[in-house]
Design a protein around this ligand. Structure first.
Ligand SMILES: Cc1cc2nc3c(=O)[nH]c(=O)nc-3n(C[C@H](O)[C@H](O)[C@H](O)COP(=O)(O)OP(=O)(O)OC[C@H]3O[C@@H](n4cnc5c(N)ncnc54)[C@H](O)[C@@H]3O)c2cc1C
Length: 410
């Protein structure tokens, strides 16, 4: 009979960790996945190397999810980055730290190893993994859930929705969970793409694709107010700004936002002053040569000079005050109008989702529907790049798996 203590919908890290935790407690668990195989998103994570978590304590993590971060306090405290590392170590796939970035990966740097390990764990715990199925409807009866699928009907006492968000739909996350949650009575905060490139009006770096800046200041402005200021790497592409620093900042972009990048570790006044001083010292120096001293790539310098209509061979002394100020401004604090962020197809996570007001952060249980749990990216929570999203999904999954009331099912 297709009757379980727990059905988990969605075979990503959130659902898998909920399934493992509940099964360890003796629950009869089924995991339902629409794809042919579970863990598609894990397979693409960290470019196939799987950045599972980050260096830091739970309190450091809580600052990485914007204002909604506090929702994760219980989950991250109960199942911390240390716990996740311990889990993989005990399972025979220890995590290794990449010092420069603070990111943790499996020691084999293989997402496939992670998925295989998780599948093996679930099978050992007798979790029934049912793949390649289509869920038609989820109904709540008085004391059970009825999950109607093209492979038959499944019944359960507890249900975990862990269907992820809407980004990277090719991996299976097409926003189905929002419909399911809504039908069960939940409010959905409109989903938006996040961790995605930023497009600006009059982008000038089309020819500089591949040039990157290691650690620059990035600011998002809205209505002349700073929304977020966050340093990080920036990558120029054919059409947009990308790289981890831009992706992280993209989470805060709204209609009418502006992007500011400081390519030089100086403010406008300091750079302007330095250019004046240099002119007084050696006015015959070509402006291009002066700018190269700031470790800017040559092709970038040429493009910026061209944009401000300054001949690259122009001598410092020949540079007008107006042009010098425009140049200093462009390099330190030029605000660019954001036209859009990358689509759901390019976004690594989804911002928005099931409203956090309606979920108990101490258990992950719905406040609307008894015995319904929601974990992972389906919720209105998203984090920076660096392992914060997978860690959050795992921590929420474990918290849900631990919180279900066992006595009613034994
Ligand atoms: C390219 C890319 C790289 C990334 N790299 C990293 C990284 O290195 N580190 C990191 O921390 N985060 C990374 N992320 C983000 C991270 O992968 C996700 O935030 C995380 O996987 C979310 O976990 P989840 O369990 O909530 O959902 P998901 O992992 O999205 O899993 C949801 C599952 O539910 C299934 N599903 C959906 N609808 C249905 C349905 N109707 N019926 C049954 N099953 C359904 C989906 O097929 C999917 O398998 C990356 C994301 C992308 C797109």
């Amino acid at each position: 009979m297709n009757r379980f203590d727990l059905i988990v919908v969605g075979g990503g890290p959130g659902g898998i960790f909920a399934a493992i935790t509940a099964a360890q407690r003796g629950f009869k668990v089924a995991l339902l996945e629409k794809n042919k195989r579970i863990g598609n998103k894990i397979l693409v994570a960290g470019s196939g190397k799987c950045n599972l978590t980050h260096i830091g304590k739970p309190k450091d993590f809580l600052t990485k999810y914007g204002t909604n971060g506090k929702f994760l306090k219980e989950a991250l405290n109960k199942y911390s980055p240390e716990s996740l590392k311990e889990f993989f170590k005990e399972s025979g796939l220890p995590l290794t730290l990449v010092e420069e970035s603070g990111k943790y990966f499996p020691e084999t740097f293989s997402s496939l190893d992670v998925v295989n390990l998780l599948r093996g764990k679930m099978l050992n715990l007798k979790v029934e993994i049912i793949e390649n199925l289509k869920i038609e409807k989820i109904e709540k009866t008085l004391d059970e859930f009825k999950v109607n699928t093209d492979l038959g009907t499944y019944l359960c006492k507890s249900l975990v929705l862990a269907t992820g968000g809407k980004s990277y739909p090719g991996t299976g996350t097409t926003g189905d969970g929002y419909v399911m949650a809504k039908e069960l009575g939940h409010k959905i905060i409109p989903p938006k793409p996040a961790l995605t490139p930023i497009y600006v009006k009059d982008y000038i770096f089309q020819e500089l694709s591949g040039i990157s800046f290691q650690d620059v200041e990035i600011i998002i402005w809205k209505d002349n107010k700073k929304v977020i200021e966050k340093r990080g790497p920036v990558l120029l592409t054919h059409t947009n700004f990308s790289g981890p620093g831009i992706l992280d900042n993209s989470r805060y972009v709204e209609n009418g936002s502006f992007l500011e990048i400081n390519y030089i570790d100086k403010d406008y006044e300091s750079l302007n002053r330095e250019l004046i001083d240099e002119t007084n010292r050696d006015g015959k120096k070509a402006i291009k040569r002066v700018l190269l001293k700031y470790f800017l790539p040559e092709r970038f310098v040429k493009t910026v000079l061209n944009r401000i209509d300054i001949d690259e061979n122009l001598k410092l002394a020949e540079l007008s005050k107006e042009k010098r100020e425009s140049l200093a401004k462009y390099l330190t604090s030029n605000r660019m109008e954001i036209t859009k962020v990358g689509s759901f197809e390019m976004a690594m996570v989804t911002r928005g989702g099931v409203s956090l007001d309606e979920v108990n952060p101490k258990t992950m249980e719905s406040k609307k529907v008894k015995n319904l749990y929601l974990v992972g990216e389906i919720l209105d929570i998203d984090g920076d790049t660096g392992g914060y999203n997978i860690q959050a999904a795992c921590s929420m999954g474990v918290l849900a798996g631990k919180s279900m009331k066992k006595e009613e099912r034994e």
